[in-house]
Design a protein around this ligand. Structure first.
Ligand code: SIN
Length: 333
């Protein structure tokens, strides 16, 4: 009986994992997204023993420059690959800065049971002890395991498996920038998958006719923040919603997503019912739902941090959900 090697599609998008500096000791002054997919693979010859890998370079970007338009292109490409019978799993390399947003977007919009694994690096490829090669190796290892597909989109960084729902960059330069107590570790020779929680979030379908995603802004409220900014943003979003049919606002709020009284008054005065508002917590997660009557365009993020709440709102509006349907779907996340 012949066991064929897993067939893995690698998509590269740029980032520090494809970054290079003038010297091996330079860790911060470098250009992200310089190396081609073939260079990343060439740095890890051990991959040949793991899988049959086909690669393509979709973008060469620093991830601070990746946004919803790129998410849509990436979604369509990854969906085509996972729908292909000749592909067993997909690995995506990406910058760390906005990795959590792209990963969460793909997590809620892809339709597949095949493994989709993202990876990145904190040190450029030219650095002493670059972390990219081992991260890439482990990402291919994970994507080669069909059981990894049951958990939605995953990321592999620093020996850890991180579900897209829990991915958060917490340090701007440390190699362990994505540390989280809720993660599984990868042993180089084996991967323990039994502890991965199965996907239990509601996916959303972005039809082929969707060519762009609506504007959704995110504001973080500091103690005593003036309402000048929110009033200006709300008015701009109201205009955008009239012009394009959808726009939204997410607020990163103190504590239990608590809206200061002055902000509540400003929003109530200016926010039209057509623009959904998400109340999320600056704490990152774990908001207790507040019961009581609120307009249908006021949504609550109970488990998602403000960045992921913004991604979810963009996807929901992009899929055409409005009013109560949007609220119901959003608050399940
Ligand atoms: C980026 O996000 O593209 C640059 C930073 C990184 O990848 O660590």
């Amino acid at each position: 009986m012949s066991t064929r090697p897993p067939r893995i599609a690698l998509i590269t998008t740029g980032g520090t994992i494809a970054g290079s500096a003038n010297s091996a000791t330079e860790l911060s002054n470098y250009s992200a997204g310089r190396l081609a997919a073939a260079d990343l693979l060439g740095a890890v010859p051990q991959l040949a023993a793991l899988a049959d890998i086909r690669s393509e370079q979709l973008f060469s970007l620093d991830s601070k420059d990746i946004g919803p338009a790129h998410w849509l292109i990436l979604l369509r490409r990854v969906q085509a690959l996972v729908d292909d019978d000749g592909v067993d799993g997909v690995v995506i390399t990406h910058g760390t800065d906005t990795l959590e947003e792209t990963a969460y977007f793909l997590h809620i919009t892809l339709t597949t049971a095949k493994p989709v694994v993202m990876t990145a690096a904190m040190r450029p490829a030219s650095a002493l002890s670059a972390d990219g090669p081992l991260n890439l190796y482990q990402a291919v290892q994970l994507a080669s395991r069909p059981a990894a597909g049951r958990a939605g989109v995953l990321a592999v960084l620093g020996d850890r498996i991180l579900p897209a729902t829990q991915l958060s960059k917490r340090h701007p330069s440390a190699v362990d920038a994505f540390s989280s107590s809720a993660t599984l570790t990868i042993d180089a020779s084996d991967i323990q998958l039994h502890a991965l929680a199965p996907y239990r979030y509601s996916r959303i379908h972005l039809a082929a006719s969707v060519h762009s995603l609506p504007p959704v802004e995110l504001l973080t409220v500091g103690a005593g923040s003036s309402t000048a900014l929110v009033s200006a943003v709300v008015r701009a979003l109201a205009r955008a919603s009239l012009l394009t049919g959808a726009a939204g606002l997410v607020l990163g709020l103190p504590g239990n997503a608590s809206l200061p009284a002055s902000w509540e008054a400003a929003i109530e005065a200016d926010l039209p019912p057509s623009v959904p508002l998400v109340l999320a917590s600056r704490c990152g997660a774990g908001v207790r739902p507040v019961h009581g009557e609120r307009a249908n365009n006021w949504l609550q993020s109970t488990t998602l941090d403000p960045l992921k709440a913004r991604v979810r709102l963009i996807a929901g509006l992009g899929a055409g959900l409005r009013g109560v349907r949007l609220k119901r779907w959003f608050e399940r996340g």
